[in-house]
Design a protein around this ligand. Sequence first.
Ligand SMILES: NC(=O)c1ccc[n+]([C@@H]2O[C@H](COP(=O)([O-])OP(=O)(O)OC[C@H]3O[C@@H](n4cnc5c(N)ncnc54)[C@H](OP(=O)(O)O)[C@@H]3O)[C@@H](O)[C@H]2O)c1
Length: 267
Amino acid sequence: MEMDLEGRVVVVSGASEGIGRSIAEAFAREGAHVVLTSRRANRLQTAVDGIVGAGGKAVGIAADVTQASEVGALFRQIEEQFERIDVLVNNIGSVVAFDGFDQVSDDQWHESYDVNVMSSVRMLRAALPRLRQSDRGRVMFIGSLGAKQPTGVWPHYNATKAAMVNLSKSMSMQLAPEGINVNSISPGPIWTESWDREANQVADRESVSLEEAGELLVKKKAAKVPLGRIGTPADVAGLCLFLASPHANWITGTNIAVDGGMQRAAV
Ligand SMILES: NC(=O)c1ccc[n+]([C@@H]2O[C@H](COP(=O)([O-])OP(=O)(O)OC[C@H]3O[C@@H](n4cnc5c(N)ncnc54)[C@H](OP(=O)(O)O)[C@@H]3O)[C@@H](O)[C@H]2O)c1
């Protein structure tokens, strides 16, 4: 399927590893100019080098996108290099605290809102003037299965991801008259470095090695997936390409699950 992404300018947050990196690599393979951002410059550079080494076009700009001043500086640098932005992928997000409701403090709730909602609010606000210069502006929010189908685990994460999905819908309504399509994607369990902390907890609790703990986690989570395996970052990246392509011209304001069939609701 022809994606028509050659030369498109794509900004991906949280792009040095995990799902964001896979999204950045996928767009670069389609010939897009990709701007990758995350905090640690060395890891970011490794991701950029990987793309450029494979013949792709990518730049890395380090920023903590929970900080308004850093988002401002990030977009000033982007604007020096590009006259328009075609695609913004708001990918960063974090569980923040791997604890139960009783243990999560007010500060951690605020941090969760900052990482999972405010970072995307600021990124979108800063990107909008350049997105409006595009003839096919697209915005994607990476939510979570927990937004629509929470379990009792990590209420602070699920609630803020639900806010993000709701924000995506509002912005799709606001930006539709300007021809900018906005959608959210809700991944199910996907092994990335973000699982390391949870694996460490399992290793302590079960007195097993980190590797064994990782295997236990994957097995436990895969057992709940109708398609019988956990996801890969590339499973999400493929959908981002489609949503950025002309094949998705009439798709906006929707939330799409990439979860091997875990979402139970029929509609
Ligand atoms: N993995 C899953 O099972 C899963 C399931 C559902 C939804 N999701 C969602 O998918 C998204 C990506 O998850 P992931 O597992 O790929 O995450 P990850 O492996 O933890 O990667 C996070 C990325 O974001 C960057 N980052 C973190 N905080 C940042 C900040 N304040 N400013 C700028 N960059 C920041 C990290 O680099 P630095 O640390 O260097 O900044 C890294 O590049 C998240 O929104 C997550 O909630 C993941």
